[in-house]
Design a protein around this ligand. Structure first.
Ligand code: ADP
Ligand code: SF4
Ligand code: MG
Length: 375
């Protein structure tokens, strides 16, 4: 009896501390939900060494997969990152979640440079930034049960879910992403593509992160399933107060979910703005070309859409064009473009005008061009 009393008092104290911790966590999160930058990325770079020789490897160059990327992610928002395959989107994503080390630049999380963190502080940041991968067919280990896959992050962060609680937590997560909690002992091959991506999302949520970096989470799915997964992600964002970095190669997918968009080309951000600025008032020729390829459901609008054909592929990041990286495929390129690197900034002409086209664009000849008419 006496011992029980002690035990329950201890338990009550523990619960009190737990409630306090959750409240202070929620409080911190709310401060960022107000739209302050939760991530600030400046000059981010990843140059992979290019080597020659088998035994004596010599560095003969570098693949500039990411070459000076700037963006902010604000609390509670979705930032879409768009660009063709090979532009460096996945490499950015991997640096945000610490799967790749940057070779340059900084990533600040709530004002702190994460490269300067170590030990518990670093572990806490890693817990708060989770990734959802592109391909639900290859990103889940086929020999693990769904329960083990979703619960695996608890091995590294046992403080989030004590061993005895894990099964319950995993079943809750299955329920949250719209899967039957009784499926906990099944294997990935017993699920459809859309269901597997739900499993990937449940795993991403397991540690209750603040930020989810989703690298083309619906690109491998059928069009009919894409919308379901995006709707799910939107619902979870509200429920769990999440901020998203949502990567896609197609502007039409990102439009539904993004508050702001950053367009990437060959390792750099070339244009960034609110979704209205990017879709209705694009000023960079690359964004304009991407928009002209987006499907337009309304036939009368489709008829008046401007067509800009993007010829050729993205050049190799081992040997990018001088000056503006986009100049070899740009319909507006001039001599200046080969010698001067355009910076990502609000073009002079638009500055202070208060027009929707007043947003950063890395082009010497930025001008507004509406690709898809609104009426
Ligand atoms: N580990 C690596 N070593 C060398 N080059 C790489 C490596 N990872 C990616 N790259 C190269 O970096 C460029 C950008 O790749 P990636 O970030 O995957 O682009 P995206 O996700 O936009 O398709 C590509 O040219 C790719 O071949
Ligand atoms: S700087 Fe020149 S090449 Fe680059 S996007 Fe602008 S017009 Fe095209
Ligand atoms: Mg990729």
């Amino acid at each position: 009896m006496h011992r029980d009393e002690h035990g329950s008092r201890r338990e009550a104290r523990r619960e009190g501390r737990e409630a306090e911790r959750l409240m202070s966590e929620a409080h911190q999160k709310n401060a960022y939900a107000a739209g302050e930058p939760i991530l600030e990325v400046r000059g981010l770079a990843k140059h992979f060494p290019l080597t020659q020789g088998v035994v004596l490897k010599r560095q003969v160059g570098a693949v500039k997969a990411v070459d000076g990327v700037d963006f902010d992610l604000r609390g509670g928002e979705t930032l879409g990152i768009v660009g063709e395959s090979g532009c460096g989107k996945s490499t950015v994503a991997k640096m945000l979640v610490h799967l790749e080390e940057p070779t340059g630049g900084t990533i600040r999380y709530k004002g702190e440079d994460i490269a300067k963190l170590s030990g518990r502080a670093l572990k806490a940041v890693r817990r708060n930034i989770q990734m959802v991968f592109q391909d639900p067919y290859t990103s889940l280990n086929p020999r693990m049960t769904v329960g083990d896959i979703i619960g695996e992050p608890y091995d590294i962060h046992p403080e989030v879910a004590p061993k005895g609680d894990r099964r319950k937590r995993v079943q809750e997560l299955l329920d949250v992403v719209g899967l039957n909690p009784e499926y906990i002992n099944r294997y990935p091959h017993q699920f459809s593509g859309g269901q597997r991506q739900r499993i990937g999302i449940a795993r991403g949520l397991a540690l209750r992160p603040e930020i989810i970096v989703a690298d083309e989470p619906v690109s491998a799915l059928d069009v009919s399933v894409q919308a379901q997964v995006i709707n799910l992600m939107e619902r979870l964002q509200q429920e769990f107060d999440l901020s998203y970095v949502f990567i896609a190669h197609d502007l039409s997918i990102v439009r539904h979910i993004s508050d702001r968009v950053a367009v990437m080309y060959l390792g750099r951000v070339v244009e960034t703005g609110t979704d209205e600025q990017i879709y209705e008032h694009p000023t960079h020729p690359y964004t304009q070309a991407l928009l002209s390829a987006v499907p337009v459901p309304d036939p009368s609008r489709r008829e008046h859409r401007e067509r800009i054909i993007l010829t050729g592929d993205v050049p190799s990041p081992a040997n990018p064009p001088s000056g503006c990286h986009f100049r070899t495929r740009c319909f507006k390129a001039q001599e200046k473009c080969a010698v001067e690197d355009p910076v990502l900034a609000v073009p002079e002409w638009f500055k202070g005008r208060g027009v929707p086209a007043e947003h950063p664009s890395a082009c010497h000849f930025a001008e507004e061009k509406r690709i898809v008419p609104t009426e």
